[in-house]
Design a protein around this ligand. Structure first.
Ligand SMILES: [Zn+2]
Length: 417
């Protein structure tokens, strides 16, 4: 598709324009501007555009509205519905930048800025892939949809989850979903491991800090739990490897991260001498589809009971904070086959199938909408996401735009063709 070459520069320029809209989440800045910019571009390409604020979600407030944008392009004959979705929120820039994170500068073949790869380049590639198809004069069958959504970085509940709950993405209307997250122009992401966030709280009894023997420290009670996690649980997890092609390789194993520990008085508060009567540790456990949630839970319960056997008087509670089950595009998926074909045609080499170390909006598409045919495919390097000096290679944007243009034609089909 020669027209796709012509739009590559425009795709890069549009990605830069989106980087210059500082859609930082939290709190959810400038969302309306980003939704408008994407909507305007889609409308120019002939899409019927709706701005869809996430009514009913608590995080959708007058100060920080949560507008999603959806463009619908009806085909010229019946056929499948392909939905391309990208989140336009970005994480805060953080420290360590040598360039302005919101200038959208292109230098040495790279677009720099927060969200350059995760995932404003992906949104631009989707929008300009559709534009390339239009300029080539292709009359598509079915329906092509492109959405820009909020809050993926904070769970996607007002974004893709909301679109799925309201039926904008649904098994009855949506055949294929492609999410252009930054897995690179030659890699197709077919899912992710499960996520179990939980917290363990230990209880002590407070006393004056000068006479700590009169109380029981909840922090001292937490210490053997953390030690058992480090010495007993983590080595066991490292032995387990999923068949899913998770990248990087280390994330093919079951993992656990102690995300936070807090006990006693808050560090920033004025301190008074007291024995801590409460300590909470928050854990981020990534479980394999082969393990499942229940066995991960059982294992943690058993560990806590073992520690209780060794620590007299230990009182603890274990509580869930969040669960995301693993998702996986079914083997033999026609979506993967078509996209692989497009990658081979554009890049001259076959696609590599990967799975994501972390979860992303695929989970909502699979679990809420019930759409199994979902993958992530988009420009950029995953490792640069959320980093200082985030960038996306301009060449990657051009390749992904061409691949997506071919995939749109293949998946929707050509009317009268
Ligand atoms: Zn992302």
């Amino acid at each position: 598709m020669a027209a796709a070459l012509g739009v590559a520069d425009e795709a890069v320029a549009f990605a830069a324009e989106l980087v210059r809209i500082p859609t930082v989440n939290p709190p959810g800045d400038a969302y309306a501007d980003a939704a408008q910019a994407i909507g305007d571009r889609l409308a120019r390409g002939g899409f019927a555009v709706s701005i869809l604020p996430a009514e009913g979600r608590p995080e959708h407030t007058p100060r920080y509205p949560r507008p999603n944008v959806l463009g619908v392009l009806e085909g010229h004959a019946p056929g499948p519905c392909l939905h391309l979705n990208g989140h336009f929120d970005v994480v805060p820039p953080g420290d360590g930048w040598t360039v302005d994170p919101f200038a959208g500068a292109v230098r040495d073949g790279r677009l720099y800025g927060r969200g350059a790869c995760d995932m404003k380049a992906g949104i631009a590639a989707a929008v300009y892939a559709a534009e390339a198809v239009r300029r080539a004069g292709v009359r598509l069958r079915g329906r092509l949809e492109i959405s820009g959504t909020v809050d993926e970085e904070s769970g996607g509940f007002a974004g893709v989850a909301w679109l799925c709950e309201r039926g904008f993405i649904a098994r009855a209307r949506t055949d294929y979903v492609i999410i252009p997250e930054p897995f690179g122009a030659q890699r197709i992401c077919v899912g992710h491991r499960g996520v179990w966030w939980f917290e363990v709280t230990t209880h002590g009894r407070t006393a004056h800090g000068s006479m700590p023997f009169l109380g029981v420290s909840a922090i001292d009670q937490m210490a053997p739990i953390l030690e058992a996690v480090r010495r007993e649980l983590k080595p066991a997890l490292e032995e387990r490897m999923t068949r899913m092609p998770v990248v990087p390789e280390g994330s093919r194993r079951a993992t656990l991260n102690v995300n936070a520990v807090s006990g006693g008085q808050a560090g920033e508060a004025v301190q008074t001498p007291c024995v801590a009567d409460r300590c909470t540790a928050i854990f981020d456990r990534r479980f394999l589809p082969e393990e499942g949630l229940e066995s991960a839970r059982r294992e943690m319960h058993e560990l806590l009971e073992r520690v209780r056997g060794r620590v007299p008087g230990l009182r603890y509670e274990l509580a869930d904070r969040m669960v995301v089950h693993p998702v996986e595009t079914p083997p033999g998926s026609p979506l993967v086959a078509h996209l692989s074909g497009a990658i081979r045609e554009v890049c001259g080499r076959g696609a590599t199938l990967v799975a994501s170390p972390g979860s992303y909006d695929h989970k909502h598409v699979a679990r809420i909408a019930g759409v199994e045919q979902c993958v992530a495919y988009g420009p950029g390097l995953l490792e640069l996401a959320h980093q200082p000096d985030e960038y996306c290679d301009v060449a990657d944007i051009a390749q992904a735009t061409r691949v997506l243009a071919l995939a749109i034609v293949d998946l929707c089909g050509v009317a009268g063709g």
